[in-house]
Design a binder for this molecule. Structure first.
Ligand code: SF4
Length: 414
């Protein structure tokens, strides 16, 4: 009789989230600090894009001109993407500069521009009126142009993998500071500054898609983000973009997701989940200590019920941390428990970072993760990670020391 050795089940390796090279700020109970309120700082000047159409007319009258001038200014700013009084020859020459400056005060000073992918991806570093730094990334794809915008300077959500979260929340951005990122990008495109257009590409030469995946947690700056979305989608008094092309993403601020679902604006909604189990997600996404995975998924399903818009689940695949087959199965189970056809999953492969715990899953592991979800009936596609080469992918936007030095030496636009 031969003795068979017992088959030893190999336990999957579990890497736990931890910061590298910096320490996470903690609260009195030793939990990662969450900052929801914006620190009090000097507010940016009020701008046309911060106001409703009625308020714009009022402001124009306050500046001593008839109300219909508001409409002319809207056209210059939202259709021709200009704030240069010299181009606004339909406005009276006398007092034009002061008037335009009063309605369209300068908000963003360009500090740096980095191009990659042969010029069809551009990262901008902007300085705000108070010196805070934010970034946006412009990307050309076949048939569309996407801008990844920032909604806060810094971020208060303190995710241990995120460069932006390290420094905490500097302040909320105004609606106009969000819109100005689009207007500046549109202007650059119109001037031929974005490369990569294919000969047969008939699409309009302006930003067609917005993703709120730059700096900040958009739903923590709810009112201003919503004002910005209204301006983006307003066909008469704004940029006239399609709501479907606008993606609002969140790490899971449940009450704000519910509010968003009730707005009646069918934007695309994305939940950055990154783990289907609370044990891991509590560490990976600190806001999970407030709203658990199931609560966030219930709110996401409710978003689908109210808007009819299919929800995206974002899932960064991190080697041996959240990429296990059992996690793909658990995710599929939790999504299927809430019905069929309401959701799709976008796993996002990280960049390989040798020596770091925050590194890319092996390709066969990625493929297995995707296969299991698809087999369970959940449409799943690995997402493009364009922009990573210039540190412009979601959760990676942060001004380096060098950026800060250049910013300090760049005078504000006046
Ligand atoms: S990953 Fe997103 S929510 Fe988390 S700290 Fe970074 S910017 Fe904020």
């Amino acid at each position: 009789m031969t003795e068979t050795s017992p088959v030893r089940a190999t336990k999957p390796r579990q890497v736990r989230p931890a910061t590298e090279g910096w320490s996470q700020k903690k609260d009195a109970e030793g939990r990662p600090l969450l900052q929801f309120a914006s620190p009090k700082r000097g507010k940016p000047p009020v701008h046309l894009a911060d106001l409703t159409p009625e308020q714009r007319v009022e402001k124009v009258k306050e500046l001593g001109l008839p109300g219909f001038r508001a409409k002319q200014l809207e056209k210059h700013y939202f259709t021709h993407w200009t704030h240069d009084p010299a181009e606004m020859t339909d406005l009276p020459a006398e007092g034009r500069e002061e008037f335009v400056h009063g309605m369209l005060p300068p908000l963003l000073t360009e500090v740096r521009r980095l191009e990659t992918d042969r010029g069809d991806t551009i990262k901008f570093l902007w300085k705000l009126h108070d010196g805070a730094l934010v970034e946006s990334v412009l990307m050309r794809y076949p048939g569309r142009i996407t801008l990844c915008v920032s909604s806060q300077a810094g971020c208060g959500m303190n995710c241990p993998f995120c460069a932006t979260g390290q420094a905490g929340l500097t302040r909320n951005m105004s609606a106009a500071e969000i819109i100005e990122q689009i207007v500046r990008a549109n202007r650059l495109i119109a001037d031929g500054g974005l490369g990569g257009k294919k000969k047969d590409d008939q699409s309009a030469e302006r930003v067609s898609n917005i993703v709120f995946m730059g700096m900040g947690e958009p739903l923590a700056n709810y009112a201003r983000v919503m004002q910005a979305v209204r301006v983006m989608t307003d066909k008469q008094h704004g940029l006239g973009m399609s709501a479907r092309g606008i993606t609002v993403s969140t790490v899971g601020l449940v009450p704000a997701i519910t509010k968003l679902a009730n707005e009646g604006i069918p934007v695309t909604f994305a939940l950055s989940l990154h783990a289907p189990d609370d044990r891991l997600r509590d560490e990976l996404i600190p806001v999970n200590s407030r709203w658990k995975v199931d609560e966030a998924l219930d709110a996401a399903r409710d978003y689908f019920d109210k808007t009819g818009r299919r929800v995206s689940i974002e899932y960064a695949l991190i080697k041996d941390m959240n990429d296990h087959a059992w996690r793909a199965d658990l995710l599929a189970e939790k999504l299927n428990a809430r019905g069929r056809g309401w959701v799709h999953v976008n796993p996002i492969p990280l960049n390989p970072t040798p020596g770091s715990i925050w590194t890319a899953s092996e390709v066969p592991v990625q493929n297995e993760f995707v296969r299991r979800l698809n087999d369970a009936g959940i449409p799943t596609t690995l997402r493009d990670t364009r922009g990573k080469e210039i540190d412009g992918a979601c959760g990676q936007l942060v001004a380096t020391e060098d950026d800060q030095a250049v910013a300090a030496a760049t005078p504000l636009e006046v």
